[in-house]
Design a protein around this ligand. Structure first.
Ligand code: NZQ
Ligand code: ZN
Length: 388
């Protein structure tokens, strides 16, 4: 049953091969001072940087560059960006990159005019911004997180060994996002499949909660089927436009809040994955793939009917003559074989986790109640062991 909710999404999307044509018009809504935020240099190699700078110049903008945003952006880098944005009186933050660059730009947008430590305020104390917020626009180059159309911002504090996401409200969502699937052709295969698994995990974290009949779950099933079909094509042919465009669109809808409507939502895989990330700095999607199967085996019996439905409706398992448990197990097997087929990381050992880290990772894992069962600290340790 859907119950009460408010739905709105303020991000305007420009999608397709000509999506960048929409940038000039968007820029006219903002002042002259643009903070151009990007990562380690992939946009320079691909030529996206040159195209964007040319548009910014043609629109008469002053450009302040903020390069070097790392995967899993850090609290130190956030302070650097906030200072730069304030000193240059920035009117628009233009994020060009993947989830890390988009997330980081949102964090900068709420931190530039906050006088204290943004890590403490937004990520430890989970407070909302009261200061001026600088608008953000995105040009997406790597697909998976959904950051292009949501308020999520995940920051890592290496000194405290914590990786924490804050889901901000409408006022922090990107005002616009440019989504050209061709930009994703150059993403390394490892990152591409990590992104595909991130998408699957986002959908599952929402789908695997509740026992009611809910439209959101039917949408989720469609998104998962599209993702499985397109990812199979994209791993063999990364420049297949149809597959890459479907993956891009699926990623956006997987985490722009639509399929969470009427759901309690789980997010425990992400909680464990983020704690693993804090200890290893591993690629986000791979921290999820490494722990997913062990976690789902722990809660299989608690969410039995939904796991059985997942097997039938997403993987096409024939239900005839099978118990719910047999179906649920067949669904997990199908998920596992797709994971192996696209080539995601299947063990924490591969990400550099060692037994000495178990206790720390488990302590850094937030235990949530929205899924089929709240885990205990000891169970998280068991899951980590089973994921090695
Ligand atoms: O830094 P550059 O040189 O640009 O290279 C990047 C980076 O090394 C590269 N890349 C991106 N686009 C490329 C490309 N290489 C070649 N061609 C291109 N077109 O890919 C690497 C990974 O990029 P990154 O942005 O780190 O990946 P992703 O999009 O997976 O973002 C990961 C971050 O997002 C957070 C994660 O925790 C992690 O910190 N998440 C954000 C969420 C949200 N906002 O809602 C939800 C997610 O669950 C996730 O937690
Ligand atoms: Zn994710």
């Amino acid at each position: 049953m859907l119950g009460e909710f408010v739905y709105s999404n303020p991000t305007r999307l420009h999608f397709g091969r000509k999506a960048l044509d929409g940038l000039a018009q968007e820029l006219r809504n903002y002042g002259k001072n643009i903070l151009l935020v990007y990562g380690g240099g992939s946009i320079k190699k691909s030529g996206i940087y040159d195209s964007i700078v040319a548009i910014l110049k043609a629109e008469g903008k002053n450009i302040t560059e903020l390069p070097g945003v790392m995967s899993n952006p850090t609290s130190e880098k956030l302070i650097e960006g906030a200072k730069l944005a304030r000193e240059n009186n920035i009117d628009l933050i233009l994020a060009v990159g993947g989830g890390s660059v988009c997330d980081y730009s949102k964090a900068v947008s709420v931190s530039a005019y906050y006088d204290g430590d943004p890590w403490d305020k937004y990520f430890l104390r989970m407070e909302e911004p009261e200061c001026k917020i600088i608008p953000v626009g995105c040009v997406l180059t790597m697909v998976g997180t959904g950051s292009e159309m949501n308020g999520g911002s995940v920051i890592t504090n290496h000194a405290q060994k914590l990786k924490i996401g804050h889901v901000f409200g409408d006022n922090v969502y990107p005002k616009f996002s440019i989504l050209n699937p061709e930009y994703t052709f150059t993403v390394p295969q490892y990152q591409m499949v990590a992104g595909c698994f991130d998408i699957m995990c986002h959908i599952l974290e929402q789908y695997l909660s509740g026992t009611d009949d809910n439209t959101s779950d039917y949408i989720s099933e469609g998104l998962m089927k599209s993702l499985v079909a397109s990812s199979r094509i994209a791993v063999k042919n990364p420049t297949d436009y149809e597959a890459r465009s479907n993956i891009m669109w699926t990623a956006t809808w997987a985490l722009n809040t639509l399929i969470a409507k009427g759901k309690t939502t789980d997010w425990e895989v992400h909680m464990i994955g983020q704690a693993v990330g804090a200890y290893t700095n591993a690629t986000h999607g791979m921290t999820l793939s490494a722990v997913t199967l062990a976690y789902y085996r722990h809660i299989l019996n608690d969410g039995l009917k939904r796991f059985a439905r997942f097997a039938v409706n997403v993987w096409g398992v024939n239900p005839e003559g099978k118990s719910d448990m047999e179906l649920a197990e067949a669904g997990l097997k199908a998920l596992e074989s797709w994971m192996r087929e696209i080539g995601v990381v299947m063990s924490l050992k591969e990400l550099g986790v060692t037994p000495e880290m178990y206790e720390g990772i488990a302590s850094a894992t937030f235990l949530l109640e929205g899924g089929y069962r709240k885990l205990t600290h000891e169970e998280v340790i068991e899951i980590l062991k089973e994921s090695m």
